[in-house]
Structure formats: C-alpha cells, structure tokens
Design a protein around this ligand. Structure first.
Ligand code: CA
Ligand code: CA
Length: 208
C-alpha cells in the first residue's frame, strides 16, 4: 500500500504507469494463488491415522463419527478413486439407518466431497447429505456404484449456505458396507471471489 502511494505521488511518466500495472498484476497473481489454495483448503485421505477402531476421527477442522458404532481405519483400497493404503469403514451393521458423519469444526464450509467405494460383491447406492446448523438439508448427491466395480465414486455437494455437517452412507441391500476415503471441504469460495473483485476495483480506482 505504501509503495503504491509513493509511486502515485511521483506520478506522470509512463514508467510509473508500467510499475503500477506490474503491482496490479502481482496482486492479481497473489489473489489467484490464494483462491487456488482455498479451493483445496481441507482434505484427508486418512493416511495419517493409525489402523484401528475409533469412536471419532478428529482433525482440527472436522470430526468423523458413525451413528451405529466405531469407525475403522483399515488397509482396504478396493480401487480408485480410493487411494493410498488407508480407508475407513463404519461398523457395517447392514442397518439402513447407519450413517457416517462429518461434523465441521470450522465455519463457512460450502463444498464437500467424499469418495465411497467397495469390492465387486454388490451394487451400492451412495448418498451424501449436507445440513446447515438448523439441521436443514442444504445439498445432496446420490450415485450408484455398479456391482462389477472394484473401486468407488466421488460424491460432492456445493451450496450457497454454510454446511455444518454431512451424512454419507450406502443404502440397500447392505447398508454401511462401503469404504470411504479422500474427504475434502472448501470454505466460502464466493467470499474469496468477492474479496478478489473488491481488491481489483480498488486498484482500478487508484490507477484513475
Ligand atoms: Ca486413503
Ligand atoms: Ca457394498
């Protein structure tokens, strides 16, 4: 900011204008870099969690749990897009009410994606449901993993409202019988874009 004011005070010459353009370009590049970083703000493939059984799997930004029992970090990777050597599966109760849950510990989450998959044994209907802090459904995704597939599908939601938590699970005939991996969450991209536009507008005004 100080630099820009100094440049403006000397003003006049084409050189100075070029300098201003360069500064504007640098700011734009920085903003774009910030937005790109924000686009991948939070993610985990569970590679950092030791194999075992957990009532909750906790990160600074999210807490994972299952309404029917413990989550199990296992070495089952049926195929892509599951990846690495760690995935997670619930208690596998075959109860249609079994839900994996991710409670966000940070505010402003607007996009969520998760990979769910299985070995080829059965067809898996896959569900992702996003709720706001008033327990209102604000977004959902549904896909069916065919019975011959070794691997999974990526389910995602993007909403205009803040997401407080998501449920993700598989339905009949064997509810709960899928592994999940590569969970990611993106906070408020709209706000970041508005900040970027505001910054650019300020630069334009200064140049005039
Ligand atoms: Ca993994
Ligand atoms: Ca299954």
């Amino acid at each position: 900011m100080k630099k820009q004011k100094k440049v403006q005070m000397k003003s006049g010459s084409k050189k100075m204008l070029m300098k201003l353009n360069l500064i504007a370009l640098l700011i734009i590049v920085t903003l774009v870099a910030c937005m790109a970083t924000t686009a991948n703000a939070y993610s985990t493939g569970f590679e950092d969690i030791v194999y075992g059984s957990y009532s909750t799997i906790d990160y600074s930004w999210v807490s994972f749990s299952n309404n029917m029992g413990n989550l199990n970090v296992v070495d089952s990777i049926p195929g892509p897009p599951l990846s690495g050597i760690h995935s997670v599966i619930g208690p596998n109760t075959w109860n249609s009410q079994e839900r994996n849950i991710a409670n966000f510990l940070v505010s402003g989450i607007r996009q969520v994606s998760v990979v769910m998959g299985d070995y080829d044994a059965d067809q898996d209907p896959l569900y992702l449901e996003a709720y706001n802090s008033s327990n209102v459904l604000v977004g959902s995704d549904y896909q069916v993993l065919a019975s011959h597939i070794y691997g999974g599908l990526t389910l995602s939601v993007a909403t205009a409202q803040d997401i407080s938590y998501v449920h993700f699970y598989s339905g009949q005939p064997y509810p709960g019988s899928v592994f999940f991996d590569n969970f990611s969450a993106v906070p408020e991209p709209a706000t970041m874009v508005m900040l970027g536009i505001g910054g650019l507008a300020a630069i334009r005004r200064r140049k005039k």
